[in-house]
Design a protein. Structure first.
Length: 256
């Protein structure tokens, strides 16, 4: 159960965590330097084309419905986070309505990142700002998969003597079907449902992020609109609770 902002700010005033540990001399942990690596496959990238399809189209219909309904949770929570950044004291329904006029998920994610950069310019919180930027990037990445699920068509094909049903681009989708290599994506229900789990995890991340932002905004109001460096450090530590994480692996193709 999450603690109320008032309780966390009380601990901030007292300079302690719930257990009474003194934080007066603590500093924010410095991020570790990471070695440069080669290209990393992001969890929202397309998985390998599956070898085996589904025995019935209903499996695809169920998986697509679950994915699209789960995605809307991401959209709704993102709108709430945007409204909170525009008006921290009183999240505005007007801001949510304006946010909803942007026609693409990528555009809304960019709008969220821009609002975050402007908000934290006046009240710096590098950790929270970085988390919002990461979430915005994940929303943009996963939105591409969501769109493929929403605009895909049922196809049948046989491989290794086992015909099955798949989700693939419709024949008129020129940008999704190449003349030399064929469809850019093909999914079975297992892969779609794995992405649905990713959508749910991302929704939990955004929900937790909204809570952290609410606490931060309440603390800023309590201290007259701005936190001192030492107060910011203490609050950073007080907000270090276990949170949901964006999946770090891609859905695997379903093989017999």
């Amino acid at each position: 159960m999450r603690r109320r902002p008032q309780e966390i700010v009380h601990d901030l005033v007292e300079g302690r965590i719930g257990g009474g540990a003194d934080l007066s001399g603590m500093k924010s942990p410095k991020p570790k330097k990471r070695k440069k690596r080669g290209p990393i496959n992001q969890p929202w990238e397309r998985p390998p084309k599956p070898e085996i399809g589904d025995p019935s189209p209903s499996h695809i219909f169920h998986a697509v419905g679950a994915a699209l309904a789960t995605w809307e949770t991401i959209e709704e929570r993102t709108a709430k986070l945007f409204a909170a950044m525009i008006s921290p004291n009183d999240p505005s329904f007007v801001a949510m309505r304006a946010f909803g006029t942007i026609s693409t998920a990528r555009g809304r994610a960019e709008m969220l990142a821009a609002a975050s950069a402007a908000h934290f310019l006046e009240q710096p919180n590098p950790r929270l700002e970085h988390t919002i930027a990461v979430v915005a990037r994940a929303i943009s990445g996963y939105a591409a998969r969501r769109n493929e699920f929403a605009h895909g068509a049922i196809r049948t094909r046989g491989r290794k003597g086992k015909p099955g049903f798949f989700l693939a681009p419709p024949y008129y989708a020129t940008s999704k079907i190449r003349l030399d290599t064929g469809s850019l994506y093909i999914y079975n229900s297992t892969q779609i449902l794995e992405f649905t789990e990713h959508f749910a995890s991302l929704g939990e991340v955004i929900d937790n992020l909204l809570w952290r932002f609410d606490v931060w905004a309440f603390a800023a109001r309590t201290y007259g609109g701005k936190l001192s460096p030492s107060q910011s450090v203490r609050l950073d530590w007080l907000l270090q609770y276990p949170t949901a994480r964006i999946p770090k692996s891609q859905p695997q193709s379903y093989r017999a």
